[in-house]
Every structure is written in structure tokens, then in C-alpha cells.
Design a protein around this ligand. Structure first.
Ligand SMILES: [Cu+2]
Length: 297
């Protein structure tokens, strides 16, 4: 029931956001999680709300107890304190109560963790993200001429015009990159994450997808996601990695499978050209309609 209501709210949020020129990114004064774009993130939204049903009443209950004790048992009102040291009933209640609460939290929590960490058997696309101080390198699965790999840097202000990324609502400061990761919608994507051999630890994180995983030199971590709507999604390196840690954003452009395939074929030979063609096809009014359609389905 709560899950359904929450899914409806999330869908409504997506519709509202889809009506303007908007990419999935942090908003000013945002206090909640970003709208979900994957089933895992939807579960995280649900789990957050579910946990609050325990946290809020318990916090209020403890607060009330403290206030009652402060007034009822203060020295002036209660000069001779009770010397009771044991009460079997109370001890059973305060042991069994927390055990039950922890069980109710642990079971959905471990289920969610297992879903997050269990890689789907046959991913549709595999990519590798390698972090270096301070940029990301993305490699697409493939060999020979189809091999595609490129660096993704924070886009400098002076390069915005040339890249066609002057609309700061869609291409925000400190989150916009020169080369986005382009991936198909409704497909399972496996992400291999590591850092360059002599580098430091970074982390690959995409809030709307509910993924965050360390990029460790000499070690290959795996995660996965299935984006359910098209759009431009922003994340950041999430492990303090040095002076430019705040300047190595992650941008993922989720597009239809056709557009993805077109981009992939062109990108190996002409990366800037492939982005230009893709942006012409996805940015502007066309994108707004696409996203709204997706949510409606
Ligand atoms: Cu980093």
C-alpha cells in the first residue's frame, strides 16, 4: 500500500520535472532523495519511508519519557528516590521490543542489499568506468574497430558554447561533462568500476539509479542498473580523492535503443559528431515528450 502510494508520488514528481527543461540532479534546498529512475532506487525510496515509520515514533516516545522523568522524578517533587533495581516485565519488554524493531528493519534492508549486489545473469550492455585524478574513463564492451573508450572531464565554461551546452538548467555548473556516458533505456547495464593502477580510491555514484560503488586501484568492482526512463542523469565521484574531487562529475545520458545504437556506431569513428547528432535528436521539446511518455507507460 505504502509502496504503491510512493510509486505514484514518484511518477507524479517525474511528470512535473519532465514538463520543464530539467535533468536529474540535486535541486536547491532539496531535503529528500532524487526521483527514482531504476527499480533499485524505487526500493530505496520505499525503504527510506518505511524506516521513518520506526524512527519517528521511537524518537518521540523517548522524548516523552525523558520529559516525564525530568518533571515527575525531579528532586523537589520526589525527594526519596525509589531503590528498585529489577523488574522482570520491563526487562523483557525492553529486550524483545528492540529485537522486533531490528528484525523489521533488517529483513527488508538485507533483501534490498541483496538485490543491489546480485548482478543480473545476462546484462544487455557492459561498460567499464575507470577513475583517475580527476576524470573518468569509460570503455564499452567490444573488440577491434568497435572498441570504444573515451575520457569524460568536467566541461569548462569556455567550452560550453562549442559543445552546445549553454542551457544551465540541463547542463548545470560543476556537473556537466564533455563526454557523457550514453546508454539505452530499459536495458540491464553492468558497470565494472576501478581506478587507474597508481591512483587513489574514487567512487562511482548515480543518485537517481541508487548506485554507489568504490573505484579501487587494482580491483574490479561490479554494479548494475536498469534505467526506466530517458534523460540526463548526474552523479559525482563520492570518495574524497584529492584536490579536484569536486570536479569529476558523472553524467549518463539514457536514450532509446535506436538512438543508442546509432550513437555507438558513429562514436567509434567520430565521437564529437556522434554527440552532436544525439543531442540534436534528444534535447529540446522532443525530449520532454519522450520522458512524459515513458512515465505514463
Ligand atoms: Cu574521485
Amino acid at each position: 500500500m505504502i509502496k504503491k502510494a510512493y510509486a505514484a508520488m514518484t511518477a507524479l514528481c517525474c511528470l512535473l520535472f519532465a514538463s520543464g527543461s530539467y535533468a536529474d540532479q540535486p535541486m536547491p534546498w532539496q531535503a529528500t532523495l532524487q526521483p527514482a529512475a531504476t527499480p533499485i532506487m524505487r526500493s530505496i525510496h520505499w525503504f527510506e519511508q518505511y524506516t521513518l515509520w520506526f524512527i519517528v515514533p521511537i524518537t518521540l516516545f523517548v522524548l516523552v519519557l525523558l520529559i516525564v522523568v525530568c518533571f515527575k522524578f525531579r528532586a523537589s517533587a520526589n525527594p526519596v528516590p525509589s531503590k528498585t533495581s529489577h523488574n522482570t516485565l520491563i526487562e523483557i519488554v525492553w529486550t524483545v521490543g528492540p529485537v522486533l524493531v531490528l528484525l523489521f528493519l533488517a529483513i527488508p534492508s538485507f533483501t534490498l542489499l541483496t538485490d543491489q549486489l546480485t548482478l543480473p545473469e545476462n546484462p544487455d550492455v557492459t561498460i567499464k568506468a575507470t577513475a583517475t585524478q580527476w576524470q573518468w574513463n569509460y570503455e564499452y564492451e567490444g573488440t577491434g574497430e568497435n572498441q570504444l573508450a573515451f575520457d569524460s572531464f568536467l566541461l569548462k565554461d569556455q567550452d560550453r558554447a562549442a559543445a552546445g551546452k549553454e542551457d544551465r538548467a540541463v547542463y548545470p555548473r560543476l556537473l556537466t561533462v564533455d563526454n557523457e556516458l550514453v546508454l539505452p533505456v530499459n536495458k540491464t547495464v553492468r558497470v565494472l568500476v576501478t581506478a587507474a593502477p597508481t591512483d587513489v580510491i574514487h567512487a562511482f555514484a548515480m543518485p537517481s539509479f541508487g548506485i554507489k560503488i568504490d573505484a579501487v586501484p587494482g580491483r574490479l568492482n561490479e554494479t548494475w542498473f536498469k534505467a526506466e526512463r530517458e534523460g540526463l542523469f548526474y552523479g559525482q565521484c563520492s570518495e574524497l580523492c584529492g584536490k579536484d574531487h569536486a570536479f569529476m562529475p558523472i553524467a549518463i545520458r539514457v536514450v532509446s535503443e535506436d538512438k543508442y545504437k546509432q550513437w555507438l556506431t558513429t562514436a567509434a569513428a567520430d565521437l564529437p559528431g556522434a554527440y552532436k547528432a544525439l543531442m540534436a535528436a534528444t534535447d529540446g521539446p522532443a525530449k520532454t515528450v519522450d520522458v512524459a511518455d515513458n512515465v505514463a507507460k
